[in-house]
Design a protein around this ligand. Sequence first.
Ligand code: PLP
Length: 349
Amino acid sequence: MSRFLSERLQALAPYVPGEQPKVKNLIKLNTNESPFPPAPGVKEAVAEAATSLQLYNDLSAAKLTKLLSETYGVRENQITVSNGSDEILAFAFQAFGGHGLIFPDITYGFYSVWASLYGLDAKTVPLCDDFSIDVSAYQGNDRCVVIANPNAPTSLALPLESLRAIAQSNPDQVLIVDEAYVDFGGDSALALIPAFDNVLVVRTFSKSRSLAGARLGFAIGSPALIDDLNRVRFSFHPYNVNTLTQAAGAAALEQPDYFEACRGAIMETREWTKRQLETLGFTVLNSKANFLFASAPGMSGAAFQKALRERKILIRYFDLPRTKDYTRITIGDQAQMEAFIQAVKEILP
Ligand SMILES: *Cc1c(COP(=O)(O)O)cnc(C)c1O
């Protein structure tokens, strides 16, 4: 830390992403990426787009926005795109967090970082003992509510009715629903948007669309909410989604069959992996995401992670009092998960 750093930032504890090792031959089940390559046509679309890199990118992301509007059945003025969904979440915290925020104590670790970066008052609500979200705690309060649905790292999803109840009881606050994992079996709050002008849905291409490295996210909400987000964007970095990323995202949306096949395979492999782990005595939460949150029999999360690491398999461990027995295991392809289960059998005491 230099002596020049603003005082406000001196106490900031930045987000710690999962390890991105340079070593080859690792089975990487630690950052919830897709095991599958980008959709057919993405590579060609990016190469074609590269021929116009001397120009600034399209501020309106016209082609991408049009495809998103067709894919999700909303108007183009209900969508804005961003440099990963992390960016749009940061914009939304700035735009709507001024009255304070409320989110679960165990959730995406970035929420509390943005709150402190922007000097916003954040209240956390403990998850229930079974790691589910206590819906009533979010009803009728005067703060912007942030719910990851499915939640991370627990993998559990809330039904649409719970989100409706939260939105309905806080009509003067925004409900931000972070749907990074919704394509793996959860209910989307998109269904609430026609009736609720306070619901903002945030999505990413990083998980279910195999484009984590392209950095592409988007938000869907009422035109007024989208305007607010663009106000932040145009006060910070309007050219936030570069030409190559716009092309990659559009090409991915043009392959709905590939998308369906990938998410279907991940859900199927997830259920297979869950059954295997349960047979081996693990406690595994009922995942609607592309990862499992699981506790190994007779082993701490830290010990389990370390033993797998020695066998060149990476998973994620969160060193918090309530999660110390658990680890988060990204669902890879079937062959990777078979290798994972084989390693688990060798490790178990
Ligand atoms: C991965 C993830 C994000 C961020 O995704 P990017 O689009 O890659 O920035 C946001 N929220 C949750 C809950 C995530 O797990």
